[in-house]
Design a protein around this ligand. Structure first.
Ligand SMILES: Cc1ncc(COP(=O)(O)O)c(C=O)c1O
Length: 369
């Protein structure tokens, strides 16, 4: 089966974990600190702070921006639920804005329509591994004095111009979940150029304690610490990131060349000046394809290819957001995209022959009328 993802765990990752286990220092310690140092260096930011998940990183990011009850945060309904849940965790209100078909991400014009006196921040997502359209959203944020939290959980290594993901907001959040471009099993980091934000993040992940003073609690915090065991995996993966990204990009280019003329199948658009690192290679299957998206999935599975759908239902149609008053029809583009998107395997363990097989199989199904 050609699966949608497969973590790459080499001898180096195993050796690094064993070294930590044998050291006896297995919780947050020097390896987490090294990961933070190297991650910040890679992203080109002054600071990185590690967490035990990307969700925790987003939660901490919102906390450091001062988000709390009564505040409204604008984000996309077409994302993983962990983009929006931390807004609720901070007692604030989730305000969705519809997406554009081009990059499947919030449309700046829709964002501006949703701004009220209570709006405090925007969370754009670098979806599928491509940095969001920041110039437009930054203009809006400046005009209305809003903060930006960049959800870069899917985009480590992506660029816009010379700047890497992690540089586009007041604070950014990454995930090292097992299926991400680099991973540590579970894990996450924030990046920022603001020392105060970095310090507050360190307190938030450690029950509100400063790392300098023990058993003195400055505010409510959580246990969001990463372990040295997992940081050891992340550190090794970080060394391999460029080779992983190059392979993903090559695989994506091959897919696009092979699929660009298939009627009813729309290949991903790469924005000018962007380096898309293809966490997902996501196409759209529209009515001209001759089969529905879900029929295509079934046919692919029968032929040994296991694709993914990110995301089959926009967030506003899930119960805990519906309870806030959202309903079907509120975000027509997101709803349409959730019926059309299909992610084909693109991960770095796939060789050209696997990619050529995917192309041949999709084309074969397209011709079965
Ligand atoms: C867009 C997005 N935001 C947030 C997260 C949350 O990350 P994690 O699963 O590490 O908590 C993920 C990844 O799973 C994601 O893809």
């Amino acid at each position: 089966m050609i699966n949608i993802s497969k973590p790459i765990i080499g001898k180096e990752e195993i050796a690094a974990v064993l070294k930590v286990l044998k050291s006896g220092m297995i919780v947050q310690g020097p390896v987490v600190e090294k990961l933070e140092e190297n991650f910040a260096k890679y992203c080109g930011t002054k600071y990185a702070v590690a967490f035990n998940s990307g969700t925790a990183a987003i939660h901490a990011g919102l906390y450091t921006l001062g988000i709390g009850p009564g505040d409204e945060i604008i984000t996309t309904p077409f994302t993983f639920v962990a983009t929006a849940n931390p807004i609720l965790m901070q007692g604030a209100k989730v305000v969705f804005a519809d997406i554009s078909e081009d990059d499947f991400n919030i449309d700046p014009k829709e964002v501006e329509k949703k701004i009220t006196k209570k709006t405090k921040a925007i969370i754009p997502v670098d979806l599928y591994g491509q940095v969001y359209n920041y110039p437009a959203i930054k203009k809006i944020a400046k005009k209305y004095h809003l903060k930006i939290l960049e959800d870069a959980c899917q985009a480590v290594g992506a660029n816009r111009g010379k700047a890497r993901a992690g540089n586009f907001g007041d604070v950014a959040a990454f995930s090292l979940y097992a299926t991400k471009n680099i991973m540590s099993g579970e894990g996450g980091l924030i990046t920022t150029n603001d020392e105060k934000i970095a310090e507050k993040c360190k307190m938030f992940r450690h029950h509100g304690q400063s790392e300098k003073t023990k058993y003195e609690y400055f505010d409510l915090g959580y246990n969001y610490r990463m372990t040295d065991i997992l940081a050891a995996i992340g550190l090794v993966q970080l060394k391999k990131i460029e080779s992983f990204s190059r392979r993903r990009i090559q695989n994506a280019e091959l897919l696009s060349r092979g699929l660009k003329d298939v009627k009813g199948l729309i290949i991903p658009k790469i924005k000018a000046e962007h380096r898309h690192v293809f966490h997902q290679y996501t196409v759209r299957i529209d009515k001209d394809f001759g089969h529905s998206r879900d029929e295509l999935i079934e046919s692919l599975k029968k032929r040994g290819i296991n694709p993914g759908v990110y995301y089959p239902k926009p967030l506003h149609l899930h119960r805990h957001f519906k309870n806030q008053g959202y309903k079907a029809g509120d975000f027509p583009v997101s709803e349409q995209m959730s019926k059309e998107v299909l992610s084909l395997p693109v991960h770095p363990r796939l060789r050209s022959r696997d990619i050529l097989y995917i192309i041949k199989t999709v084309k074969g199904i397209a011709n079965e009328k």
